[in-house]
Design a protein around this ligand. Structure first.
Ligand code: PLP
Length: 405
């Protein structure tokens, strides 16, 4: 095994716990938790547990300080030095629902929301619900036969009626990177706000969220090597000040009375109730750990592994890759079908080779429709994957397609 990968695996408790063969290729669903994140979670629950933002004793003060340090770490990972732009959520789904609610006052009859055909259901359904609630129209930008967003077609759908554009940064089916900066510029030109689903981009290294030209950016901690239960949404500072709250309750208020309630300033306005404190601390720890990696090397390795996976799949006669065959503008997520076999059966059979993959519609049924299928197998890479993982998948597929088709 590559010595860098060996070193990386030491940072993940799972690799010491699960006996080989263990080839974890379901990272787009949930990546493994890194040591520092697991330790932050455990330390909070066993040695530092107190509620945040309210207690005045030392234990509670320390919990609040750690919570705010996590916010600073997550902000730094997104290239911003303004932690107040980060509101903690339970994950991408909640972040996108939050976006759909707080932007609803800008919607209504005569206004439109623009999404794309490659979206995860989390970036479709909340907007359909918002359209139903407000009377706004929902428009859909198409993709080509490889699943790449047709940005020209998206631009043609933009006019001054469009109030919100909601788009994924990276597809969870094809790994395709969307040119968010171009979409952002086109959205701004018609006065629309841009909401980005960053679930599949965030685990692949730090970037400058402001440079993307978006307004809100949602993601999940469990896909970026932290715990389940916490994620965050970045909201551009100037916009956040103008937005109404999402959920009502404790900690999101300035003053409550029956005559009327005033709200706290961002980000607390968007954080009603007791947050998932341990998972938030884990998210901060994961962000700090991710910032220590050499991303040039990690990206180069991911590209080489993606190419190996694509070439290997293309060489197997029974396989149809959904999406591009090349690595241009894509991350290490590859979906494919095995002729004559259901995706769930393939995944179960691959498990016999110690290979963990995802089978199904990947919560992207409109994109599956575009590819003319209902289900596929998906392999997705993380920095701790190596050639042996990809080769185990390819060997397993070769045996399965020979034996069972
Ligand atoms: N958006 C994309 C692109 C995803 O891949 C996922 C999860 O697979 C989600 C949103 C939803 O994330 P979560 O279930 O963590 O809220």
């Amino acid at each position: 095994m590559n010595s860098e990968v060996t070193e990386l695996r030491r940072a993940f408790p799972i690799f010491a716990a699960v006996p080989p063969p263990f080839h974890y290729l379901d990272n787009a669903a949930t990546a493994q938790i890194c040591h520092s994140a697991a330790e932050a979670l455990h330390a909070f629950e066993t040695r530092g547990r107190a509620n945040v933002k309210r207690g005045v004793y030392r234990l509670a003060d320390a919990a609040t300080a750690a919570f705010e340090e996590a916010r600073t770490a997550v902000a730094a990972y997104l290239g911003t030095d303004d932690p107040s732009e980060i509101a903690f959520t339970s994950g991408t789904t909640m972040g996108l629902n939050l976006a759909a609610h707080v932007l609803s006052p800008r919607l209504g009859p005569g206004r439109a929301i623009l999404v794309s055909e490659l979206e995860h259901h989390s970036n479709i359904v909340p907007w359909q619900m918002a359209a139903e609630r407000t009377g706004a129209e929902l428009r859909v930008a198409p993709v080509d036969e490889e699943g790449r967003l047709l940005v020209d077609r998206l631009e043609a759908l933009l006019d001054e009626r469009v109030a919100v554009v909601a788009i994924a940064h990276v597809s969870n089916v094809t790994g395709i990177l969307v040119d968010v900066a171009r979409v952002g510029a086109a959205a701004r030109a018609v006065g629309a706000l841009l909401v980005v689903d960053g679930a599949q981009r965030v685990p692949h290294g730090p970037f400058d969220v402001r440079a993307l030209g978006c307004d809100l950016y949602a993601f999940s901690g469990h896909k970026m090597f932290a715990a389940t239960g916490a994620g965050a949404i970045w909201i551009r500072r100037e916009l956040a000040e103008e937005l109404p709250p999402f959920l009502g309750g404790g900690e999101m208020i300035a003053r409550v009375s029956f005559a009327g309630t005033t709200y706290a300033r961002p980000p607390h306005r968007f954080e009603a109730g007791t947050p998932a404190i341990g998972p938030v601390l884990a998210l901060g720890a994961a962000a700090r750990w991710l910032l220590t990696l050499n991303w040039q090397t990690v990206r180069r390795r991911e590209e080489a592994l993606t190419a190996r996976l694509l070439d290997g799949l293309a060489a197997l006669p029974a396989i149809r890759i959904l999406g591009p065959r090349d690595i241009r503008d894509r991350f290490g997520i590859v979906a494919f079908e095995v002729a004559g076999l259901h995706a769930h059966d393939v995944c179960q059979l691959l498990d016999g080779f110690g290979v963990c993959t995802r089978g199904g519609h990947h919560c992207a049924q409109p994109l599956m429709d575009r590819f003319g299928t209902v289900a596929s197998v998906r392999a997705s890479l993380a920095p701790y994957n190596d050639e042996a993982d990809v080769d185990a998948l390819l060997t397993g597929l070769e045996v399965i397609s020979r034996k069972f088709r």
